[in-house]
Write a protein that binds this ligand. Structure first.
Ligand code: SF4
Length: 363
């Protein structure tokens, strides 16, 4: 019971929990606001609650379960947090400051069971999936660190589920967390500010399409043929491109006006970045008449991964071929490479030849 994390409960569940303790329903709403709007991390800080209630809550539950082990700050302002769950598993979160809107990249699992060969997280294997509360807490911790506890965020916040893990393998926790995060009495980051990226768990793509308050979808593609994708993303052996693209086509029917979904394409020097492969990719998307855009992501090198990033002229040439065949393609600027915070680099790295700061900041 002590491991009941109140951060992972919806407002209704909190009201029910407090009712079971003989408390009126406004207490549940008050605590929800304290956790998610004021972003308080302990019952002691909720000084507007009676002392005996705080003591009772402390006996039965926790207001926070993640602890920050280290924080790394990139020269471009990106921050990476290495945290630990109550049972000692690593969790990583990245805060990316941007001109118009900040982005927080959260993890859905500790480690990852999928074996994408260009990704450092894969080397950890799956440690465990995260709970809804652990997903929500990542956002609270990053916002408190950057802006101070409970302070309004000046630009608003976008969320991307592109950290460690395959979000669709933690589907229930993920969807619950996103509903808690969207609650107007709390963090109030609504679903159309959230993008979740999958390596291609086909049944979940269709399941997501049927959910009304769903986040945007991104799909990591990395290769235009089954032969190459089997090597780079072995999940392709289970759900090959034909099945993946058919699911994408179905998903497309759920798009709201003005909404598009995205294919992420990591660019590996000499592996998947030839003009011929750009043509194959364009033909594939055009064959299925999928009107998604393609984000080209230069690989983020990390020892011991065997790949190098495609040089800029190759990325640009690849982009032009896609555009010439009617596919909208954009090049994504890597962020936080120097602190191992960029895509595919999350592997709970604590050692550092870069600026590391201890966790003695306000959470
Ligand atoms: S790219 Fe994503 S799905 Fe693939 S191993 Fe890395 S974290 Fe897992």
């Amino acid at each position: 019971m002590k491991n009941l994390s109140l951060t992972g409960l919806s407002q209704e569940e909190l009201v029910t929990f407090l009712a079971q303790l003989g408390e009126p329903s406004y207490r549940g709403r008050q605590i929800f606001r304290a956790l998610h709007h004021r972003r308080l991390r302990s019952f002691e800080e909720m000084t507007d609650l009676p002392k005996d209630l705080r003591a009772k809550l402390n006996e039965l539950a926790t207001a926070s379960s993640l602890t920050v082990e280290s924080r790394f700050i990139s020269e471009d302002g990106t921050r990476r947090y290495l945290m630990k769950t109550h049972d000692n598993f690593p969790v990583e979160t990245v805060f990316i400051p941007e001109e118009r809107r900040d982005t927080i990249c959260f993890s859905s699992q500790s480690g990852c069971p999928l074996q994408c060969s260009f990704c450092l997280t894969a080397q950890l294997g799956l440690l465990r999936s995260l709970t809804a509360g652990e997903i929500v807490e990542q956002i609270i911790i990053a916002l408190n660190d950057v802006y101070g506890m409970g302070a309004k965020t000046p630009h608003g916040t976008n969320l991307v589920g592109m950290g460690a893990g395959e979000p669709f393998l933690a589907f229930d926790s993920l969807m619950k967390a996103l509903r808690i995060i969207a609650d107007p009495s709390g963090l109030h980051i609504v679903h159309n500010r959230v993008t979740v990226s999958t390596a291609g768990v086909v049944p979940r793509i269709r399941e997501l399409a049927a959910i009304d308050d769903r986040p945007h979808l991104a799909i990591s593609l990395a290769a235009p043929t089954d032969e190459l994708r089997n090597v780079l993303m072995p999940i392709n052996k289970k759900w090959p491109l034909k099945e993946l693209l058919a699911a994408c086509k179905d998903f497309e029917r759920s798009l709201k006006p003005g909404e598009r979904f995205t294919f992420e394409y990591v660019m590996l020097d000499g592996v998947n970045d030839a003009d011929e492969q750009a043509r194959q990719l364009a033909n594939l998307l055009n064959h299925y008449q999928v009107h998604a855009k393609v984000n080209l992501i230069p690989h983020n090198p990390a020892h011991p991964l065997p790949y190098r990033p495609s040089p800029p002229h190759r990325v640009e040439s690849f982009r032009r071929v896609l555009e010439s065949k009617g596919i909208d393609a954009f090049v994504r600027r890597p962020r936080g490479r120097d602190i191992f915070a960029a895509c595919g680099q999350l592997a709970a790295r604590g050692e550092a030849n870069f600026s590391k700061e201890s966790a003695s900041f306000s959470r």
